[in-house]
Design a protein around this ligand. Sequence first.
Ligand SMILES: *[C@@H]1O[C@H](CO)[C@@H](O)[C@H](O)[C@H]1NC(C)=O
Ligand SMILES: *[C@@H]1O[C@H](CO)[C@@H](O)[C@H](O)[C@H]1NC(C)=O
Ligand SMILES: *[C@@H]1O[C@H](CO)[C@@H](O)[C@H](O)[C@H]1NC(C)=O
Ligand SMILES: *[C@@H]1O[C@H](CO)[C@@H](O)[C@H](O)[C@H]1NC(C)=O
Length: 467
Amino acid sequence: MHRHALFRKKTRSSGIWLRLLWGFGYFGVTVATLLSVLLLPALLSKFKMQSEENHSFLHQKQVHFIQVTDDVHTQAKTNNSRRSLRSREKHLQNLWRHPPTRGFEPCVSPSKDYSGIENPRGYLLVHANGGLNQMRAGICDMVAVARLINATLVIPQLDKRSFWKDSSTFSDVFDEEYFIKSLEKDIPIVRKLPKELSTALKAHKNFRSWSSAAYYQEEITRLWDDYKVIHAAKSDSRLANNDLPSDIQKLRCRVHYDALRFAPSIEAFGRNLLERMRSKGPFIALHLRYEKDMLAFSGCSHGLSSMQMEELTRIRESTSHWRVKLIDPKEQRLKGLCPLTPKEVGIFLEALGYPSTTRIYIAAGEIYGGNYSMAALQARFPNLLNKELLASPYELAPFRRYASQLAALDYIVSVNSDVFVPSYSGNMARAVEGHRRFLGHWKTISPDRSMDVNYCNYPMVWHAHLL
Ligand SMILES: *[C@@H]1O[C@H](CO)[C@@H](O)[C@H](O)[C@H]1NC(C)=O
Ligand SMILES: *[C@@H]1O[C@H](CO)[C@@H](O)[C@H](O)[C@H]1NC(C)=O
Ligand SMILES: *[C@@H]1O[C@H](CO)[C@@H](O)[C@H](O)[C@H]1NC(C)=O
Ligand SMILES: *[C@@H]1O[C@H](CO)[C@@H](O)[C@H](O)[C@H]1NC(C)=O
């Protein structure tokens, strides 16, 4: 329930919106339709209009299936072609329109009785782990942990051993000075452990995953009796939301949405890419999670050749910190645990009614299978762009060898895009979706992957969450 505190309604509300907003995780329309690609736009716009007129519709997390026979299909096609120009235009506008804010605005300022740490008991050293967005989430948690245990935070070390082998330091990726300054009323932050403590005995800890505030305030705080330095070997232990004091939750949000700004050179170039996308009108940022590490990790091999499957299996088996080695790709896919393939994304966007001229920014690392994998998406949406196409090799050179800096550029473009579509609900998808909601309830469309793949395999029945 504390999450409710993060948005405040400007006008008085019954509270029901809050519950609905967070309870479902989405505050969009749940629309489900089946159909041929041509038919969907007509049905979709109907559902949308209906939803705008009757909000209670929004909150019934219902799935509407319409079984379409060939006959109906033909009829609908005809009906569709008869739709007036005006309603088509309206439909097009709706595709780009953000959901209503209904008066909710961010509310992350500390409460009156909140104060920073007065007497820090010791130092918290953190080794962030994972890719950029996992580290970001982890750092937000670790700032909250430092506040809970009255610690001085030492600027976290970024992961240099992950899949991406990125040697960037914290200040290469984030604006270190701003980070320290913007949190000065919450926790003390230092760049380095003081010299006299560098050889001190440290308490090395893997914090228990999904622990509540009590675990840190009791069990971890007791370590101060024996140690001046606590070293968190990983940052992804994820602080549980349950019963977290609302001021701590607000602090986490301030870190995520404000304090963790990217380094000035990344921020500036990200904005530059954004302007290049924007200059020609509205665009979709597609987080296409179809990179080698994702496919290897998840075991999702739909549509790949046997040679590719072998390569991915080999990577999975030889990566020690990926514990699950045996995976049934079909089962993963049907459970909705796989990212959509580029082709599925193409069918999905086309079905939503985005015209083929739509400009799409591909936020991704190197797509597995390259142009071959992208062909079916490119055929539907020829205007696919990415960092490499928007910028010269010379401009990209300073970032090229650093996966987390390249990911940061994609993050900036994605957060500020007109519509954000993630093909997989990983760390980046969730961070960007939350950030967009925070900045103004900007539209995010999250495909329901278990439904989508089912109906990509069989006749076309579609189910989408429109946000
Ligand atoms: C809104 O939709 C619900 C459920 O479909 C219905 O019960 C209710 O009467 C509708 N309200 C209005 C104002 O149309
Ligand atoms: C198409 O229009 C006809 C006549 O207006 C209507 O009977 C039929 O149900 C419509 N079909 C679909 C799929 O909307
Ligand atoms: C942190 O310090 C405050 C006083 O500054 C104290 O009230 C609180 O109990 C301390 N918390 C822990 C977990 O030590
Ligand atoms: C992939 O496509 C892009 C543009 O569509 C082209 O510039 C590039 O050379 C292609 N790469 C390969 C390996 O075919």
